[in-house]
Write a protein that binds this ligand. Structure first.
Ligand code: SF4
Length: 267
């Protein structure tokens, strides 16, 4: 088996949801405009570091979804996304705080690690480069609202960044957050991940994989704050036996579990 951060975090959220997704093949329909736009935007960032026309790449990639049946949130439109994206790219280029040498090698960096039981763990780091002159692992995010950055050091508790630090062995990490709001903003957030955090994450991966391979998929259900995971769970229809919800949110592609690690590329 090949595991990824997305798989481990889904299992930790709710093992039943993991079983629906990774064993039974129930996937969420791709109706979220923000997620698809995020992928187009990251391709445009790649073009910028390769010294190509990043604005043209963003427009071209996003144009493929002009008539896609996305469920846009209030005040969101196809045009609004592209305008915000171009504005964010301009601000990013002007600020010039991020450097990626040799983008062919240091963008979408694939790292594969063999786990003690013989399974493998795969990660695709968005980039390895420098932020404000500090060498680090870089993760891009596009979002509609700012990331919490207070109190100081909060970012060092982000599990995805801890995972990337663990698999790369690089202690310095950065999250570059492209905030699509009325006045677009870019957050440059940095943190240091300790050796102890990396060791703990390695142990978490091992115990989680052991649970998965032992066939433990009990539900972690919850509908009340702060454990209200069922409310936003795409598999809710399956747990409630609600055919209408299943048809609205899910699509079944059984038999493709060997390619599930590809989710990592989209995260
Ligand atoms: S609806 Fe709740 S119990 Fe069911 S899979 Fe989702 S999170 Fe788990």
């Amino acid at each position: 088996m090949v595991y990824s951060f997305t798989q481990i975090s889904q299992y930790l959220r709710c093992p039943r949801s993991y079983r629906y997704r990774y064993l039974d093949g129930w996937r969420e329909k791709e109706t979220r405009a923000g997620m698809v736009f995020g992928r187009c935007f990251e391709n445009a960032l790649g073009a910028y570091f390769r010294r190509e026309d990043c604005g043209a790449v963003l427009f071209q990639e996003w144009a493929a979804y002009r008539d896609a049946p996305f469920a846009y949130k209030r005040a969101e439109t196809w045009d609004r996304f592209v305008h915000q994206g171009i504005h964010l790219l301009e601000r990013f280029v002007q600020a010039d705080r991020v450097r990626i040498d040799n983008p062919t090698k240091n963008l979408q960096v694939k790292i594969l690690q063999t786990l003690p039981g013989g399974s493998e763990f795969i990660a695709y780091l968005d980039a390895i480069g420098e932020v404000d002159g500090v060498p680090c692992v870089i993760d891009w995010k596009t979002t509609a609202s700012r990331y919490a950055d207070d109190p100081e050091g909060l970012l060092s508790l982000d599990p995805q960044l801890i995972c990337y630090s663990w698999i790369s062995g690089i202690s310095e990490v950065a999250l570059i957050v492209f905030v699509r709001k009325h006045a677009p903003e870019i957050q440059y957030l940095r943190a240091s991940i300790s050796e102890e955090q990396r060791r703990e994450f390695g142990r978490l991966v091992e115990t989680t994989v052991h649970q998965i391979e032992s066939g433990h998929f009990n539900p972690h259900s919850g509908i009340r704050f702060p454990q209200n995971g069922c409310v936003s769970c795409s598999h809710l229809g399956l747990c409630l036996g609600n055919e209408q919800l299943i048809a609205a949110n899910l699509i079944r592609r059984a038999g493709a579990t060997d390619l599930d690690w590809l989710d990592e590329l989209m995260d």
